[in-house]
Design a protein around this ligand. Structure first.
Ligand SMILES: *Cc1c(COP(=O)(O)O)cnc(C)c1O
Length: 388
């Protein structure tokens, strides 16, 4: 029987275990000092002023939309090549979601498509309030150009950097929010570093930071009261919030993993180079690499197969899995999900994205993946291409 090589996997060290045990033996196992240390660590890592931890990136994205005032009747745009949470977070707020087509070679939002779409939307008075770019696989979108558009058309930007902690844009860390209002990271176990489940929103704006903290915890404030405090027990709920907190057990794991972020990224980048070297012999395939302006943490190793039909793409995907290679699609376009089709989206709406998702898939990449396994992945790719 073949061993199964997944497309991604978390790695836990003795230090990770030690940190979590320390947290378990401490006074606070709910959100406490470790969650605070973790959010400070994340903010420092990406050069932003404030970090606010959440129990997932999905809740951080939801809170980010609320903090920017997204409500019923507003319009939010995101990439259709993403995980559904990038769009759902605006649906939670009652907003109307629309998508931006991608660059066919990278899967990232196409700035050209965005420019055209904004111009058209402006004519019919349907401009978005927020745009959520997605740094697919760890490669940053072109944020400078997007931010220039945001000044012309007046939208906010939330970066969905779930894949991109430790990546850079223009030589600066993703998450410094130079070109955005808020950046969100995910610490789900399949991502670059993990806290079991968890997320963090970073920002340079103190008002936004305060809003995010309040939304995270039921909408409750313990200072700055609107009414006179009748006693020390007093707290105020001024708006509806959620219980979206990260606890200290999760944060302790995140803190330990954060300490070796650079080491993890070096290992991922080394593995990408190994794939590049191995794949040079297969002319039909290319690894999707970082754009010139971004250094990627390589959350994913995505390959693209030239001139492959939709049917052969499915066959190759199936062949890989049958032969023990846990390939995965990142992503089936969000607008083709049944829920979004019911809102009126259909096949053909975003043709580049549809082509991208039927010519690409992710191959295994994670700390601990051996050179032999990488060779096997490429060998199965080669034989697979020969049989379809
Ligand atoms: C994983 C992921 C999310 C959601 O992250 P969670 O922490 O699991 O909620 C959102 N957007 C993208 C692009 C993701 O990959």
């Amino acid at each position: 029987m073949n061993e199964w090589i997944p497309y991604g996997k978390h790695a836990i060290t003795d230090q990770d275990i030690e940190y979590v045990v320390q947290a378990l033996k401490s006074e606070t196992i709910t959100q406490g000092p470790r969650a605070e240390m973790f959010e400070r660590g994340i903010a420092e890592t990406c050069g932003s002023k404030y970090g606010v931890t959440f129990n997932s990136a999905t809740s951080a994205l939801h809170a980010a939309n609320i903090a920017l005032g997204v409500k019923k009747g507003d319009i939010v745009w995101t990439s259709t090549i993403s995980f559904v949470a990038s769009a759902n977070c605006a649906i939670y707020c009652g907003a109307d979601v629309d998508f931006i087509d991608c660059d066919i070679n990278t899967g990232l939002i196409s700035l050209k498509e965005l420019g055209v779409k904004l111009e058209n939307a402006s004519k019919i008075n349907k401009l978005p309030k927020v745009i959520i770019p997605v740094h697919l696989g760890g490669s940053s979108c072109d944020m400078r150009e997007m931010s220039e558009l945001s000044e012309i058309y007046g939208f906010h930007i939330i970066e969905d950097a779930s894949h991109a902690i430790g990546s850079t844009y223009d030589g600066e860390p993703v998450g410094n929010c130079r070109y955005s209002d808020i950046t969100v990271f995910s610490f789900h176990p399949v991502k670059i570093i993990t806290s079991g489940e968890g997320g963090c929103a970073v920002t340079n704006n103190v008002d936004i930071k305060n809003k995010l903290s309040t939304i995270r915890s039921h909408g409750i404030k313990r200072s700055n009261f609107e009414f006179e405090s009748p006693g020390d027990w007093y707290y105020e709920m001024q708006s509806v919030g959620f219980n979206y907190r990260m606890n200290d057990l999760q944060a302790s794991l995140g803190l330990s993993q954060l300490e070796r972020l650079q080491k993890i990224i070096r290992e991922r980048r080394r593995q990408i180079q190994v794939y590049k070297d191995l794949i040079t012999d297969i002319k039909e395939i290319r690894i999707i690499t970082e754009p010139i302006y971004s250094k990627s943490c390589y959350h994913l190793a995505i390959i693209q197969i030239m001139n492959i039909t939709k049917r052969n793409h499915s066959k190759l995907f199936k062949y890989m899995r049958e032969n023990g290679i846990g390939v995965q699609l990142h992503y089936w376009p969000i607008h083709l999900q049944p829920f979004y089709r019911k809102l009126g989206f259909q096949e053909g709406d975003f043709p580049n994205a549809e082509t991208y998702s039927t010519t690409s898939f992710s191959i295994p990449l994670y700390p601990g993946l051996t050179g032999d396994s990488q060779k096997k992945v490429v060998q199965v790719l080669g034989t697979g291409l020969g049989t379809i």
